[in-house]
Design a protein around this ligand. Structure first.
Ligand code: HEM
Ligand SMILES: [Cu+2]
Length: 573
């Protein structure tokens, strides 16, 4: 690819940023700030808080399920718990934290000073705590929180047993609609930034895979989210204003809602997993000291996943009265996604093959994540097979499958990314010992938690229940112990984040000897990254072991980055 394909627009340097008068110390993380690096950390801190909230809800559920009868909480409360747990984990932990990564990584990786629309960026972030509060408020309204699952199918979700306009269900729907609006705002910003603001010389095929996967994921947001958001608003109208889009008694169609919901919510899993594929692809070459195997193919595979993920949603509706021809069609399209995904897995294995592996915390989280993902892919193919799904679709097998993806792959990738880029954005080194402890507790805890669920499901244990037959007791004891271990694992993690940020060793510009524009900047990078001296990119991003420079006059950038960073958070350490 020639270097003339880049489209860097120097006018963006005049973007109105940072906000005049924005505080320059820790208080800026609590202000309406338009600096993508501040917004990124705001997103990440907010979502880690909600990871704890979702985790506490999960542990109450696993506490209930450690014994067969329903003794800790009653079944209605249990329904509220799993609804809120799923919603918090998806809409308040995973989506926001990945947007945090987008904010931190995209501008420096492509040499841009900031996002294309800094104010829109800040507005998108502030919707997150807003709908977080709305969702949390539902614990305190009459009737308690929504309890019809994170999918919230009508007609169940259209019943209003408490008779108030403000109830758990209406707050839930409002929160989901606001989340959709926030994510659409983010998607417009991220795609525009990637398309329009790359450094000179950075053609598409010199762009880091993380930016490819971010663009592929955000394309799904642009195509799919209007369906979910529109569906949620229609559901809200049905519930509160008496419309009958989905009410059968008024001629509405409840299955239509399922289409709106899954048209987005199936591809949504790829909105979450694609950036994590990007993180794996960034981290393996660094700690294996080898170029990313098959880089251009891996890049294109991201968009193949986008395209395919948008045409498989009916596999969630195999038992919703779907005709057989349609089931078959969607079975085959679902299975096709194994091709681009398989390409990525082989590329990672090819990168690791004969590499000089450094088993640091981020590398271990990536290895564990890929290992778990291979397992999850196999159970996914099993579920996509109509006869298998009809049998195990409403059992714990599905719960095991998607936790292997959502926790054991995606959350592993998130942790890997946090440890890997922590020194870049905080200017401090994380403690490796605590990181390793966090990894091993997480790996053992998640295996113990989610592996036995497959077995319980194959034996016939139904999902979404607060009590079960004693024959499933052993698998559930294991799962509950695993869940508590995961709770324990967050202690070394949080301890590491807080203590290394406040008094860890100062980070050099490039502690891991990584290749990439962000590593040419000081740690932490100045407000507008390269400011006016944007480098010209002259080679691809994964030249490990090839001894070629990434940008023109690379030495001068390295020399500048080696000078002590002008950190705004000056402290005595
Ligand atoms: C890559 C990331 C993936 C994620 C994050 C993911 C996540 C999920 C989630 C959350 C569910 C449960 C939905 C519910 O609550 O009803 C689910 C179910 C399902 N998954 Fe996956 N999955 C992934 C990959 C795959 C793959 C690669 C396949 C097939 C090749 C697959 C096939 C299925 C099927 C058929 C179901 C429906 C099961 C049912 O509800 O009966 N998944 N997945
Ligand atoms: Cu799906």
């Amino acid at each position: 690819m020639t270097s003339s394909t880049a489209s860097f627009d120097p006018r963006v340097l005049k973007a109105p940023h940072p906000v005049p008068g924005a505080p320059d110390n820790w208080k800026r993380f609590f202000s309406f700030n338009t600096d993508a690096k501040v917004i990124g950390i705001q997103y990440i801190a907010t979502s880690l808080f909600f990871l704890l909230v979702g985790g506490v809800l999960a542990m109450i559920m696993r506490g209930e399920l450690i014994t067969p009868p329903s003794d800790l909480v009653d079944p209605t409360v249990y329904n509220g718990l799993y609804t809120m747990h799923g919603t918090v984990m998806l809409f308040l932990f995973l989506f926001p934290i990945l947007n945090g990564f987008n904010n931190l990584l995209i501008p420096p990786m492509i040499g841009a000073p900031d996002m294309a629309f800094p104010r829109l960026n800040a507005a998108a972030f502030w919707l997150v705590p807003l709908f977080g509060v709305i969702l949390m408020a539902s614990f305190f309204v009459p009737g308690g929180p929504a309890s019809t699952g994170w999918w919230s199918y009508p007609p169940a979700s259209l019943q209003n047993p408490v008779g108030h306009l403000i109830n758990g269900e209406s707050l839930w729907i409002l929160a989901v609609a606001l989340s959709g609006i926030s994510s659409i705002m983010g998607a417009v910003n991220f795609t525009t930034t990637i398309l329009r603001m790359r450094a000179p010389g950075m053609g598409f095929f010199r762009m880091p895979i993380f930016c490819w996967t971010a663009a592929a994921a955000q394309t799904i947001q642009l195509v799919g989210l209007p369906a979910l958001t529109g569906g949620a608003i229609m559901l809200l109208f049905d519930l509160c204003l008496g419309t009958t889009f989905f009410r059968p008694e008024g001629g509405g169609d409840p299955v239509l809602y399922q289409h709106f919901f899954w048209f987005y919510s199936h591809p949504a899993v790829y909105v979450m997993v694609l950036p994590v594929f990007g993180i794996f692809s960034e981290i393996f070459p660094v700690y294996a000291r080898k170029p990313l195997f098959g880089y251009p193919v891996v890049a294109i595979a991201s968009f193949a996943i986008t395209g395919l993920s948008l045409i498989v949603w009916v596999h969630h509706m195999f038992y919703s009265g779907t005709p057989m021809w349609m089931r078959n069609l969607f079975m085959y399209t679902t299975m096709l996604i194994a091709v681009p995904t398989g390409i990525k897995v082989f590329a990672w294995l090819g990168t690791l093959w004969r590499g000089r592996l450094r088993l640091t915390t981020p590398m271990l989280f990536c290895l564990g994540g890929v290992f778990n993902f291979i397992f999850a892919g196999i159970t996914g193919i099993m579920l996509a097979t109509v006869p298998v799904d009809i049998h195990v679709g409403n059992t714990y097998f599905v719960v095991g499958h998607f936790h292997y993806v959502i926790f054991s792959t995606i959350t592993f990738g998130v942790f890997a990314g946090i440890y890997h880029w922590f020194p870049k954005f905080t200017g401090r080194m994380p403690y490796e010992g605590l990181g390793l402890l966090h990894f091993w507790l997480t790996f053992i805890g998640s295996t113990l938690n989610f592996l036995p669920m497959h077995w319980a499901g194959l034996m016939g244990m139904p999902r979404r229940v607060a009590s079960y037959d004693p024959e499933f007791a052993f698998a559930n004891v294991l799962a509950s112990l695993g869940a508590f271990l995961l709770g324990v694992a967050t202690i070394p993690f949080l301890l590491n984040m807080v203590s290394s940020w406040s008094r860890g060793r100062r980070a050099p510009a490039n502690p891991w000897q990584a290749i990439g524009l962000e590593w040419l900047l000081p740690s932490p990078p100045p407000a507008e990254n390269f400011e006016e001296n944007v480098p010209t990119v002259i080679s691809g991003p994964y030249g490990y072991g090839l001894g070629r420079p990434l940008v023109e006059h690379e030495e001068s950038f390295i020399a500048r980055a080696a000078q002590p960073a002008a950190s705004p958070t000056s402290d005595p350490a």
